[in-house]
Design a protein around this ligand. Sequence first.
Ligand SMILES: [Zn+2]
Ligand SMILES: [Zn+2]
Length: 416
Amino acid sequence: MAEPVSTRPRGTEDVLPDETPRWRRVERIARESAARAGFGEIRTPTFEHTELIHRIGDSTDVVQKETYDFSDRGGRSLTLRPEGTAPVVRACMQGGLLGGALPIKVFYVTLSAFRYERPQAGRLREHHQFGCECFGVAGPVADAELIVLMADFLAAAGIRSAVVRINSIGCDRCRPRYREALLEYYRERLPDLCADCRRRWGQNPLRLLDCKVDRPAALGAPRSVDHLCPECAEHFAGLRTLLDRAHLSYEPDPLLVRGFDYYTRTVFEFAHAGIGAQAALGGGGRYDSLVASLGGPQLPAAGFGLGMERLLAALELEGVGGEPRAGCDLFVAGEDAAGAFDLCVQARRSGLVAEFDPLGRSLKAQFRHADRLGARHVAVLGGPSRAVSLRDMRTHQQRDLAPEDILRALADAGGA
Ligand SMILES: [Zn+2]
Ligand SMILES: [Zn+2]
């Protein structure tokens, strides 16, 4: 058994300095993609009132069984956010955005989300999401904009083989009829279903379609697309037309439902073959009732969320690296660590990346270190009459300079 003080909690991950450039690259591309489409960045607290999180659907597995609920020292019941959408709705409401000019378009990146799941491949108890939410647009153009944004983001990040599946699960008017059809279909099959499905049957029959164990039954089940009201059917057709116009290929998937109860009409999911058939990179959909159910105005909305750890795993399979490391402009070598420190401080203040050897190793060892760093120039202190010899590591040219001339010489050499 590992010591609790020296190991991280199960289902969490550290990101060490070698790994952060991969995160930074994806975060940069996410911000650029969202900003190009007019989304503004939003940040919300890590925890919310338990009531808010549980309002998003107590028949949702995530909310029912997987939230981190706790009481603080004041006796308040709080919950670590399991997803981004409900907290973002709450924040936009509280910040007065939803009463202003429409549409409201916000995104978040590296938002931590917490679910008490069995830690298995790709399932973390703390993971991070990039997501976009759009409030105030009832038409399918918002759904299409989000799907295309996510597809273009994935492509820009370097994912070449993502597949998007889409479905419509209807609205508050047509879904009850579909729900009845599902209950009817599954009623006689109940004894053969897994325990989860037997529980879901009465609560949230749409989730039966999503069961990995009972897939054969799902394949023969009634389809939501055959039970849509005229408005929902028109919305779904409109979405497909818009995706065609954007030259985005997609697969209609009548079995696609998402993990949260709040979706209406459109749902979509991006999959990547490399990280396992069941592991979606992310997805989203429309949630026209959620804002009102959280105490806000009757406002149509749609959004997506994408798991950054899964995306990074997929990018690794695609052979995509990270943000390039800032090169070392100047390495200051010499036996006089204090003198090296002085010159480094000046160089850094002038905007250069500068390093020195604080351990005072041999000159030979310091040059090896400078090589490892890929230093563009090495300044060697301690020459005759205070002169500093400056070596260009690419051209191997070397010259002696007064210490006060070093920075200007580097600026002239284009080292800055
Ligand atoms: Zn409908
Ligand atoms: Zn099942």
